[in-house]
Design a binder for this molecule. Structure first.
Ligand code: MN
Length: 260
């Protein structure tokens, strides 16, 4: 028998002793889970349906199980590079081919809650990113960059989607930030509390949906509809986000956990 490494022994001991904690960054997945609204000229993702196959009844007297139906990008979910046209020809770009090592990384949490409270269309700019790095250190290669906006406090569907006459309003990233994170900082990807990794108005930006365009074009990932980011320190947590191994999958609902 091989002895457990000291690192893993400490990990288990520290979890058992409460010196390390698991924080669940995942929203419940249920029929009321909000799904992104696209303009009606585009195909829409269905909502969540959960139908019992059997529940200790005639259809299966001793067992309970369900049939699930939903789009790959539903609830707390993972965006693979193949999701976007800019990432469609990259190697290892789908849920089944991304090396599993890349599902684990340190978290950098950027808190812009107050800015977003004042302006739901707030975009993280280079200035703000540099300010964060001056305070907390340079974002390391292979990090998850999580944008803490407080948006997950919006438990009401209409408030969460925040759609006005001119489309949805929710925060995101300035294109220059996405470019710096993807190309220079070489992060794993970005995670957000909102329905997608681009701002609500990003369909009107140039290019449209710049964060998807840049991140996935560089082989980076996205995490959407996260919660409990307020329980993470700015640095020092490790995030694990592993999508279902869907062959050629563009994304998947995911249970995202942080070790803090
Ligand atoms: Mn998505």
């Amino acid at each position: 028998m091989t002895a457990m490494s000291a690192t893993l022994t400490h990990l288990v001991d520290d979890l058992n002793a409460g010196r390390l904690r698991i924080v669940d960054l995942t929203q419940p997945l249920e029929p009321s889970t909000p799904v992104i609204d696209l303009p009606p000229i585009f195909a829409a993702s269905p909502g969540v349906t959960i139908d019992a196959i059997s529940r200790y009844d005639d259809k299966g007297p001793a067992w309970y199980w369900n049939t699930l139906r939903f789009g790959e990008h539903t609830g707390t979910h993972f965006d693979a590079p193949i999701h976007w046209i800019t990432g469609k020809d990259l190697p290892d770009n789908a849920c089944d081919t991304i090396p599993a090592r890349r599902f684990v990384g340190p978290a950098c949490v950027i808190d812009v809650t107050r800015d977003v409270d004042a302006n739901p269309d707030f975009l993280l700019t280079l200035d703000r990113l540099e300010q964060w790095e001056r305070q907390h250190g340079r974002i390391q290669r292979g990090s998850w960059v999580l944008l803490r906006t407080g948006w997950s406090r919006r438990t009401d569907r209409a408030a969460f989607l925040n759609v006005g006459a001119d489309g949805p309003h929710s925060p995101g990233f300035d294109a220059a930030v996405s470019t710096l994170l993807a190309k220079d900082r070489d992060v794993l990807g970005v995670g957000v509390e909102t329905i997608g990794t681009d701002a609500g108005q990003a369909g009107t930006f140039n290019p449209p949906f710049p964060n998807h365009t840049v991140m996935h074009g560089a082989g980076k990932f996205g995490l959407a509809s996260l919660c409990n980011l307020d329980q993470l320190p700015p640095t020092g947590a490790v995030v694990i986000a592993a999508p279902l191994k869907i062959v050629n999958g563009s994304g998947s609902p995911v249970r995202v956990i942080a070790i803090v």
